[in-house]
Design a binder for this molecule. Structure first.
Ligand code: ATP
Ligand code: MG
Length: 428
């Protein structure tokens, strides 16, 4: 008697075809010949009982025609639908669906799997796929589009904010602020913890005895104090002050002019090289130079050579000083720093230069000028005053408040005494 081992290691039953009759419930098996052992129901058929035949053909099932496709594998107990991931051309054949396609359950047709922009059709639908996985590219594209839209909107809002900020900055008056600023050359402290403010549209006088630090402070503000170390902060409109980023004019005590050139030529060449060459036409430069010449009261001597040894018409010291200032003015500075622009000049020339500076301040220039013992008439033209003594600040504030300030400290000037002289006396 033959024994049958079913799948797995354990014998399910020791059955021969002799048992078929008595074990009619044994499904999935067949006894084609009583002399042979019990067999698995053949492919393409199914066996409801282990009777003496080949089982029932798959297509005898009550399922209509070709759809869904049927397939009966070996040992089938009942008919079954062609499984997903396969095509079944007939009930005995089951072919795995190729990569890049998918085959639905019960069909004999393959369907093409679409690729996505980040995934090929083959990796989306490997061999034996029964359905196409959900598509993500449209979802990803939608998310990306939303992200890009959000970024674009954010950028527009940011740009609009920056634009408004710039507009505000443009509209805002220049405000130069020194905060606890010290300046050291080696171990020597030349300026010590200065606190002061300067405003656009104001003329500020810088006073103090010789060696008190006036030129040094101007050099710091002019970005020229590279020979020492600045500590503390200097701000322009609440941001770190960078002299090289603003239109800055600096008139040193020893100003430079080309003596072989006329007043007009000195200013014209300065303008030619300092005003943007892209925007300025020759006519525009001529007009600018003419305006500066008129402002400085140099019209009559515009075509006089600056060297006193050339020609008959000589320029005075005051006129030469104004040419030096003019060379800076043609660059249209917003901040103008001058180191002793009136020293060694007579009263008339001093007054002339100070009136020019006052008129520049009124036109929106932030003007700071160091002054050595200014006359009362000059002192009165100042909007703001800064007084130094040995690198320390004695006074920084409105000029009109100085006498009240001294009075508060118990210092009262004699009648008709020049407050500027009095202040320096007190400071000493
Ligand atoms: N390059 C330098 N090296 C060393 N010390 C310097 C330098 N420049 C200035 N000083 C010193 O710094 C101090 C201030 O000088 P500063 O020229 O600023 O004074 P000032 O008020 O302009 O004087 P004055 O009215 O004579 O022009 C002085 O004691 C001076 O000796
Ligand atoms: Mg000086």
């Amino acid at each position: 008697m033959m024994m049958l081992l079913l799948s797995g290691a354990t014998p399910l039953a020791a059955l021969s075809c002799d048992a078929c009759d008595v074990n009619a419930s044994l499904t999935g098996f067949t006894c084609r010949d009583p002399a042979l052992p019990l067999e698995l129901c053949p492919v393409g058929r199914y066996c409801t009982t282990a009777t003496f035949d080949d089982g029932i053909p798959c297509q005898e099932a009550t399922i209509t025609d070709n759809y869904p496709r049927l397939y009966c594998e070996e040992g089938s107990k009942s008919y079954s639908v062609c499984p997903g991931g396969y095509i079944c051309p007939n009930t005995t054949t089951k072919i795995q669906c190729a990569a890049g396609t998918f085959c639905a359950q019960g069909t004999n047709s393959t369907f093409e799997c679409l690729s996505e922009w980040f995934q090929s059709a083959e990796s989306r639908c490997p061999a034996g796929s029964s359905k196409e996985p959900a598509r993500y590219d449209s979802v990803v594209i939608t998310i990306l589009a939303i992200v890009i839209l959000v970024l674009v909107v954010e950028s527009i809002v940011w740009c609009a904010g920056k634009f408004q900020e710039k507009q505000r900055e443009r509209a805002e008056l220049l405000h130069l602020e020194i905060k606890d600023m010290s300046f050291n050359i080696g171990k020597a402290t030349v300026l010590s913890r200065l606190k002061a403010e300067f405003y656009q549209g104001e003329l500020c006088g810088l006073m103090g005895e010789s060696g008190s630090g006036k030129t040094t402070l101007l050099n710091v503000l002019g970005g020229r104090a590279l020979y020492g170390k600045i500590q503390g902060r200097v701000n322009l409109n609440r941001r770190r002050y960078e002299p090289e980023r603003i239109k800055l004019g600096f008139v040193p005590q020893a100003y430079l002019i080309f003596k072989e050139l006329t007043v007009w030529e000195n200013l014209w060449y300065a303008a030619r090289h300092r005003v943007s060459l892209k925007t300025a036409t020759t006519e525009a430069i001529n007009e600018l130079v003419m305006t500066v010449v008129e402002l400085l009261g140099l019209t009559e001597v515009a075509h006089v050579v600056c060297d006193k040894n050339i020609g008959t018409h000589r320029l005075s010291g005051g006129q030469l000083r104004r040419v030096g200032i003019g060379i800076e003015l043609v660059a249209l500075p917003t901040v103008l720093l001058l180191d002793e622009p009136t020293s060694a000049l007579d009263a008339v020339n001093t007054q002339l230069i100070m009136q020019v500076l006052q008129s520049l301040a009124a036109r929106g220039v932030l003007v700071v000028a160091s002054l050595h013992q200014p006359r009362f008439t000059v002192y009165e033209l100042l909007d703001r005053l800064l007084v130094l003594r040995a690198g320390e600040l004695i006074y920084a504030g409105q000029r009109s408040y100085t006498l009240d300030y001294l009075d508060m400290l118990g210092f009262v000037p004699a009648p008709h005494e020049n407050p500027a002289d009095f202040f320096i006396e007190v400071a000493l």
